[in-house]
Write a protein that binds this ligand. Structure first.
Ligand SMILES: Nc1ncnc2c1ncn2[C@@H]1O[C@H](COP(=O)(O)OP(=O)(O)OP(=O)(O)O)[C@@H](O)[C@H]1O
Length: 349
């Protein structure tokens, strides 16, 4: 059974549609990241799942139970969800223990104490029970927030940009730790961010949102290997388009030479464009001057400690490409580029 199903969910603010007939399914114990540009509707989707807004169309099921459609609306406190929102801070006047125990009103005093102790252990904050939030670091406060969200054993956890106020240095340690905590508690989670790095580190699967819809859902590897649209490919990382002809299931002819795919693709049409990312491009000096391929132009360079990164113009598009060790080029130099064999993203035109 799925933990969460959204079927054709739509929502509009004052007549402006923000989410459009959105579909999303999340499996048991799966961590899914809603990833997308600012304003694409991520937080609104999370609010619709939580019941913080009433959707105008579509159905939401949590653990197989209908929580919202045209005739039904279950309030947030009855949806068995835990929330960890960026602006859903800890109660400043309550100790860590009281913050964690906040949602445990139905338990006896002893049961509450036991659950708080269990949660403190889980989030590595034993000994901090009597502290107040202002006596904790940002990372520790987020550990308390996750402990509070998990204390009453929700079946689904919703996290909205929970790491955005945490220093970059400790952020990825905290992400790994909170992922471990969620996995040990066997709870499903929907996580919202606009950071790809956070999404890759935290989620099992990504659901890329674009203009109020899920454009594609899958593991990072699946999305990189076969983005369903140019928007998904572009969102996953900067790149350039090269006009290409698919010669076979693994070979593409471009003005810059033949490009080889490490995975075979089926094509309806053989004329289109391939999307090439910087790490797939190799710059080479034009020593022989006898190649028939087009040249790229070095626009500028910057030193990043271990190598030079060049801004290069390729087919009228600018892209930053790192040079190989020991290579150097001068401004306006015409260079040959080699596209390394990779999983080619080909879009038919
Ligand atoms: N209360 C509101 N009233 C009117 N419009 C709103 C309201 N809340 C959000 N919006 C609009 O709805 C759209 C989607 O907002 P939402 O917060 O869901 O996007 P998001 O993808 O989470 O963005 P971000 O990454 O910037 O947080 C935006 O255009 C936003 O301006």
């Amino acid at each position: 059974m799925s933990s969460l199903i959204l079927q054709g969910v739509s929502y509009q603010y004052n007549g402006t549609k923000v989410i459009h007939e959105l579909n999303l399914t999340i499996g048991k114990n799966e961590i899914v990241c809603l990833l997308g540009a600012s304003g694409c509707g991520k937080t609104t989707t999370l609010k619709a799942i939580a019941g913080l807004i009433e959707t105008q169309q579509g159905s939401v099921f949590i653990d197989g139970k209908l929580v919202s459609n045209a005739n039904t609306f279950i309030s947030p406190e009855h949806r068995n969800i835990g929330m960890m929102f960026q602006d859903y801070a800890l109660f400043p006047h309550l100790t860590v223990a009281h913050n964690i125990a906040f949602g445990l009103s139905k338990m006896s005093k002893e049961q509450k104490q036991q659950r708080v102790d269990e949660m403190l252990k889980l989030v590595h904050l034993v000994g901090c029970a009597d502290r107040y939030p202002h006596q904790l670091s940002g990372g520790q406060q987020q550990r308390v927030a996750i402990a509070r969200a998990l204390a009453y054993k929700p079946s689904l956890l919703l996290l909205d940009e929970p790491f955005s106020n945490i220093d970059t240095q400790v952020r990825f340690e905290l992400i790994a730790d909170i992922r471990r905590i969620i996995k040990t508690q066997q709870v499903s989670a929907v996580f919202v961010t606009h950071s790809k790095e956070e999404a890759f580190a935290f989620a099992d699967t990504l659901a890329i949102m674009h203009q109020g819809k899920i454009a594609q859902q899958g593991t990072p590897e699946q999305l990189f290997a076969k983005p369903s649209s140019k928007e998904v490919a572009e969102f996953l990382g900067q790149g350039i388009y090269l006009s290409a002809e698919a010669l076979t299931a693994t070979e593409y002819k471009t003005a810059f030479g033949l490009v080889e795919s490490v995975i075979a693709h089926q094509h309806q049409a053989n004329i289109g464009k391939i999307y090439v990312r910087p790490h797939q491009i190799e710059l080479m000096s034009d020593n022989k001057k006898d190649s028939h391929s087009e040249r790229a132009t070095i626009l500028s360079s910057r030193f990043i400690g271990s190598a030079y990164v060049y801004t290069v113009v390729i087919a009228q598009q600018e892209i930053e490409v790192a040079a190989q060790y020991g290579q150097s080029f001068v401004q306006n130099e015409q260079v040959i580029i080699k596209i390394k064999p990779h999983t080619v993203n080909f879009f038919e035109s």
